[in-house]
Design a protein around this ligand. Structure first.
Ligand SMILES: [Mn+2]
Length: 419
């Protein structure tokens, strides 16, 4: 039996400009679906029984019809090949209003034999085309706010008053563990393999680009709270960097990672999907790379405007940056860096898909260094950056709080899909 595990397609995200000339759609949408198409090709050509999509399939809760069409065409190829598609919503494709539909409902509403999606924890017992049976425990993303609201309903006024975030977190983690145990008991006895499919953060995992979308304190689950005996493989979505998380008992806990890159923080990461193969008694898995749009980040130190710029030009000339996403960071004293006209590089960037320039000033006495690279690195989430910025500005406490509240609302509006 063969199973494919993918996650975080984020169809509809487009952090870079550009239109695809063949479709008139955003070029990055096409890049993302091209990466996904390679996984579907593999599944159709290699006798795959099950195809897992562990959340954040769409980037937003309200994708346009073009995006539905792009995804729908690929799902059709899977179900025509009698491959079961198993989907859960992630934080991006789950609306913040409990009863509203997720865009994934569009595909599950017809109750097709090969399309499976659940917004609530569920147990699925399925038979693949190889004739073997498998159990899938689905644990879709739950917005923390839903959980806390539900929890509050059960508490007495006294308990409610004492409720703190640590208790909320404990109750959240506890309920996930209990739900998994309960779902395991529902498991069919004649299926040899059980897969847990979830969209969440496991402690010990290294964050990737998704961090820029998470601006609140997100609760994470400890590996042992997921790795319940009886589960054979844990297929996770949410973190965009492919990795296996240390497991307490040998049950693989795996993030397949995303299929295309959202920003330059991922430029060095390989992108791909997981192929799982079951054997007589156990299973094995491997990471299979997909071809993505090349992405290159280049850092140049500049001390003088003659020699160093010449060196950069020579370096750019030697590189093959055709069709690539490129970021060029110029580092040096502000008096020098500010004099560089980046248009001079244009002739060396012909055929590049998109180039972004970044500047890092090494001198601190310049006023722009106040909020420069030192404190405001890419690692900061937007909410933390805003908080830091407001703390530095002199203003009354009430005004700062008000600005922070309004700012967070704007960040939420812009980033979308969270909380
Ligand atoms: Mn996510």
């Amino acid at each position: 039996m063969r199973i494919i595990h993918t996650a975080d397609l984020h169809l509809g995200v487009s952090s870079f400009p550009g239109i695809d000339p063949h479709t008139g759609l955003k070029a990055r949408w096409i890049d993302h679906i091209n990466a996904f198409r390679q996984v579907v090709d593999f599944a159709v050509q290699n006798d795959v029984d099950f195809f897992i999509m562990a959340g954040d399939i769409f980037h937003r809760t309200n994708p346009t019809p073009d995006l539905y069409k792009l995804l729908g065409a690929e799902l059709k190829r899977l179900v025509d090949a009698r491959i079961h598609v198993i989907m859960i919503p992630g934080n991006h494709d789950r609306p913040k209003t409990l009863k509203r539909a997720t865009p994934l409902d569009t595909f599950s509403v017809f109750d097709h034999d090969y399309i499976h999606m659940s917004k609530n924890p569920a147990t699925l017992n399925l038979t693949g085309k190889s004739g073997e049976k498998a159990t899938f425990i689905l644990f879709p993303f739950v917005h923390q706010i839903f959980f806390v609201e539900k929890l509050k309903e059960k508490l007495s006024p006294d308990e409610l008053e004492k409720l703190n975030e640590e208790q909320e977190r404990e109750a959240y983690v506890d309920s996930i563990n209990k739900t998994i145990k309960k779902k395991l008991l529902e498991k069919a006895e004649d299926s040899k393999f059980t897969f847990l499919v979830a969209h969440l953060t496991v402690s010990g995992a290294k964050f990737g680009a998704e961090r820029r979308f998470i601006y609140y304190h997100e609760w994470s689950i400890l590996p042992y709270q997921l790795a319940e005996p009886g589960i054979d493989y844990i297929a996770l979505g949410h973190i965009h960097k492919h990795q296996e998380v240390a497991s307490p008992n040998g049950i693989p806990i795996v993030y397949s990672g995303s299929l295309e890159r959202v920003d330059f923080s991922e430029s060095k990461e390989d992108k791909g999907f997981i192929l799982i193969e079951t054997h007589e008694k156990d299973l094995s898995w491997e990471f299979i790379k997909v071809r993505t749009r090349p992405m290159t980040e280049l850092l140049y130190d500049v001390k003088d405007l003659g020699q160093d710029l010449e060196r950069i030009n020579n370096d750019l000339r030697k590189r093959n940056l055709r069709n690539a996403l490129v970021k060029i960071i110029l580092r040096g004293e502000s008096s020098i860096i500010n004099k560089i006209d980046t248009r001079n590089f244009e002739k060396f960037l012909e055929g590049v898909f998109y180039c972004r320039f970044g500047r890092i000033f090494t001198d601190q006495n310049d006023s722009s260094a106040k909020f420069g690279s030192q404190e405001f690195s890419q690692d900061l989430t937007p909410d933390k950056a805003l908080k830091k910025y407001l703390e530095k500005e002199k203003m009354p406490k009430e005004l700062r709080e008000k600005l922070l509240k309004l700012g967070l609302e704007i960040i939420q509006e812009v980033i979308g899909g969270i909380l």
